[in-house]
Design a binder for this molecule. Structure first.
Ligand code: NAP
Ligand code: MG
Length: 455
């Protein structure tokens, strides 16, 4: 087996060398998961719950080290990494409550009793991106195992380290051998093999819309179940009647969080024209206060981008057409740094306003009416998230209902909670993660009719 050098984006140095899997190792992982499935689905629901809680406890126990590893490998501020690991623990605890609550129903019919069961699917292939490595892995692993499936997790090659730790921790916590398997290798080899493998029942993917489309097409050949969490170009709508100071105080984190490498990034800031200048003025000090630097320094609020390629791709959106209105600063020396940048005003037809930049670049777009705000917000192939800032409650709900997106917040930029559904409309994806609804995507509904005739 060849090896893979994992790079630390803040230093550009090698952080770890790990074994790199190919097709044979991927097939072996699927075979282990397939062999483990009958045993895992037969584990009593209460015992499956106990095992998942043990994983949560073990993760919590190691959370400080996991946060440092995630911060270094993904280049995210240590405070953010700690928050993500806490969410991973919460996700396992939450889905530990599921095995005993996956109840079916009885349906009134004549001549017998009709009942439904939520059956596990079998082997689930879970393919994850590099921006929130362990958090996104947990959103898939925890509900999949809770519902009685076994899994093969393929993390992004750039950030495999915490997923490998999860495999070790789960095994130590008592999850039986073969139930959770991690395969580290290129998406084009291991990921593709998982999608085509005849023994994989379902693929859950988070990543780009481009790769998601390829996965959906390949999965169609064997009618595999597919859920997709894809790209976004989410709007942040600022109406003139909003608390502008609060809105401006919150907007930078909503687009520059995780250095903008966030599928939920509110990267199109739509501002009512009458307050456009004032909003920019309020935004400036918040953005220049962003501290870009060493992810392990507690004062840092923004780390580097994940790679030199990502930085080049982000930079290509700037200096094109729209003027740079605000720009932060970055450290000197090694590290894939890019400053927080606001373009304003941006023509909604510009590439920067239409494509997912996936870096710390925000586009400010003025609008003149509620109608125009909704039209601009929906004028995208994506539909993941969105925010509405207004002091008018009727408008808030009117606009929330009109937006073509899966996750909306009002006078807030929050998107993700363990207990509530997360996912996209349109080309942002298919299916929902988190909350109770995720379980529907890791089980198959079976109907059983039992005749009571005779006697
Ligand atoms: P990506 O290039 O689509 O990769 C995602 C994963 O798919 C990686 O593990 C990758 O492996 C693998 N992969 C690549 N080609 C594949 C193939 N042909 N078959 C199967 N798997 C394949 O995305 P990324 O660059 O890591 O992440 C950025 C994108 O993810 C952005 O567009 C962002 O919006 C999206 N995202 C969406 C959400 C959401 O919940 N909606 C959350 C986070 C990110 P390797 O990288 O190891 O080759
Ligand atoms: Mg990629």
């Amino acid at each position: 087996m060849s090896t893979l050098a994992v790079i630390e984006p803040a230093t550009e140095r090698v952080l770890a060398e790990v074994a790199r899997a190919g097709v044979d190792e991927t097939d072996a992982a699927v075979a282990r998961a397939k062999a483990a499935f009958p045993g895992w689905r037969a584990v009593a629901p209460g015992d499956r719950a106990i095992l998942l809680r043990r994983v949560a406890t073990a993760l919590e126990h190691e959370s400080a080290a996991l946060a440092v590893l995630e911060a270094r490998n993904a280049g995210k501020p240590i405070g953010d990494a700690r928050g993500e690991i806490a969410m991973v623990v919460e996700t396992f605890n939450y889905y530990a409550g599921a095995p005993e609550r996956l109840t079916g129903e009885t349906i009134p019919v004549s001549g017998g009793v009709d009942m439904t069961f939520h059956e596990p699917l079998g082997v689930c292939a879970l393919i994850t991106p590099w921006n929130f490595p362990l958090a996104i892995a947990s959103w898939k692993v925890a509900p999949a195992l809770a519902a009685g499936n076994t899994v093969v997790l393929k993390p992004a090659e750039l950030t495999p380290l915490t997923s490998l730790e999860l495999e070790r921790i789960a095994l130590d916590a008592g999850i039986p051998e073969g139930v959770l398997n991690v395969v580290v290798g290129p998406g084009s080899v291991c990921g593709q093999r998982l999608v085509e493998h005849p023994d994989v029942a379902k693929v859950a993917f988070t990543g780009s819309t481009e790769v998601g489309a390829r996965i959906a097409a390949a999965a169609a050949a064997s009618i595999k179940r597919v859920t997709l969490e894809l790209g976004g170009k989410s709007p942040n709508l600022i109406f003139a009647d909003a608390d502008l100071e609060r809105a401006a105080g919150a907007a930078p984190a909503a687009v520059f969080g995780n250095a903008g490498q966030d599928c939920c990034a509110r990267s199109r800031i739509l501002v009512e024209r009458s307050v456009h200048e004032e909003f920019l003025r309020l935004l400036e000090p918040v953005i220049t206060a962003i501290r870009v630097g060493d992810p392990l320094d507690a004062e840092t609020t923004m780390g580097p981008l994940i790679s030199a390629e990502q930085r080049a791709s982000v930079a290509a959106f700037v200096g094109d057409r729209a003027p740079v209105a605000i720009r932060g600063s970055t450290p000197e020396g090694p590290g894939y740094w890019y400053p927080p940048t606001v373009l304003s005003p941006v023509d909604p037809a510009d590439r920067a306003a239409r494509e997912e930049i996936f870096g710390p670049v925000a586009c400010l777009i003025p609008f003149d009416s509620e109608h125009e705000a909704i039209r601009l917000a929906n004028d995208t192939v994506y539909g993941l998230s969105g925010s509405i800032w207004t002091g008018d409650g009727g408008r808030a709900l009117r606009v929330a209902r009109a937006l073509e997106a899966g996750v909306i917040s009002i006078n807030s930029n929050s998107s993700v909670r363990v207990t509530t559904p997360f996912g996209g409309f349109k080309q942002s994806g298919v299916g929902r993660e988190l909350g109770p609804h995720a379980l529907e995507h890791y089980s198959e509904l079976k109907n059983v009719f039992y005749s009571t005739e005779g006697g």
